[in-house]
Design a protein around this ligand. Structure first.
Ligand code: BEZ
Ligand code: FE
Length: 293
């Protein structure tokens, strides 16, 4: 037996004693993960020196987070998002080669079965909001267009809600669509100018943010999943750089390379050419996919 295995638990050796108890683990990765978690958790407790009441508050908070999870709501993911852990895991798993577009969080509002639409379609099914045209190219890191790329896009409406949050109020699949590029790699579709919105903040994570003096808002964005044969799948957003929350996203998802330009177009000829009957916002953004590993 090692010294830690033989030794009694003390304030000083607490982490070593717990870690050594896992010496016969049959899952080496789990043992590795739990050793690191135990080491850092014990170090945090030693630094914080919580009272019994404070520790029980922490237990009650985590219990409430669990009780707030159901088929539609995942409060643990919100907790991970709001502590920056989701973005950290995303960064570790999506180190892109130079020139490739960067990833960001998926978020909870993707639906897997959005309809595939003809290129150029309007994904806004209820005509509410300021009209927007989004266009650009899907390219490889060699600058060549990617043909047959699947573009899965979704966005909140101009009140900051996704269709799945307003069932009955918004049409099903409002502001969602799947498009496929042709040989030239270009894409274009119509939507509405997105607005900032709060992450679900009526649960324990929202109350935690409030006590920490943090707002729950995400700056206006559009979500994308881009898939193509022989390329890595890219989960990302584009953001409105003029949004008031662009420097304080509640989930830390903003990256400089994901800022797009939302140009207000009032020129009558361009309005007509784009097929609108009044001013609209035009967003031009290319995505560059990394080759599959
Ligand atoms: C979203 O952008 O849809 C989102 C991301 C993280 C938490 C909540 C919402
Ligand atoms: Fe979103």
């Amino acid at each position: 037996m090692s010294t830690a295995e033989q030794g009694y638990f003390t304030e000083e050796n607490s982490a070593e004693v717990v870690i050594s108890r896992n010496a016969k683990a049959t899952d080496a990765r789990l043992a590795e993960v739990m050793a690191v978690v135990t080491k850092h958790l014990h170090a945090a407790v030693k630094e914080i020196e919580p009272t019994q009441e404070e520790w029980f508050e922490a237990i009650k908070f985590l219990t409430e987070v669990g009780h707030t999870c159901n088929d539609w709501r995942q409060e643990y993911i919100l907790l991970s998002d709001s502590l920056g852990v989701s973005m950290l895991v995303d960064a570790i798993n999506n180190r892109k080669p130079s020139g490739a577009s960067e990833s960001t969080v998926l978020g909870p509002f993707h639906v897997p079965d959005a309809p595939e639409l003809p290129m150029g379609s309007d994904i806004c099914l209820d005509q509410k909001g300021e009209p927007m045209l989004v266009r650009g190219r899907i390219l490889g890191t060699d600058g060549q267009p990617v043909s047959g790329a699947k573009i899965d896009v979704w966005q909140a409406n101009d009140e900051g809600f996704y269709d799945v949050q307003q069932k009955g109020l918004q049409p099903d699949f409002n502001l969602r669509g799947v498009f496929r590029t042709g040989a030239d790699g270009t894409y274009h579709f119509k939507g509405v100018k997105p607005k900032f919105y709060p992450i679900p903040d009526d649960g324990p994570v929202g109350r935690m943010l409030e006590k920490l003096g943090r707002h729950p808002y995400r700056p206006a964005h559009l979500h994308y999943i881009l898939e193509a044969d022989e390329f890595e799948t890219l989960i990302t957003h584009i953001f409105d750089p003029d949004d008031p929350y662009i420097h304080s996203d509640a989930v830390f998802g903003v990256k400089e390379s994901l800022l797009a330009t939302f140009e207000k177009v009032e020129d009558a000829a361009r309005v007509k050419a784009a097929g609108f009957d009044g001013p609209y916002f035009e967003v031009v953004h290319d995505f560059v996919l990394a080759p599959a590993a």
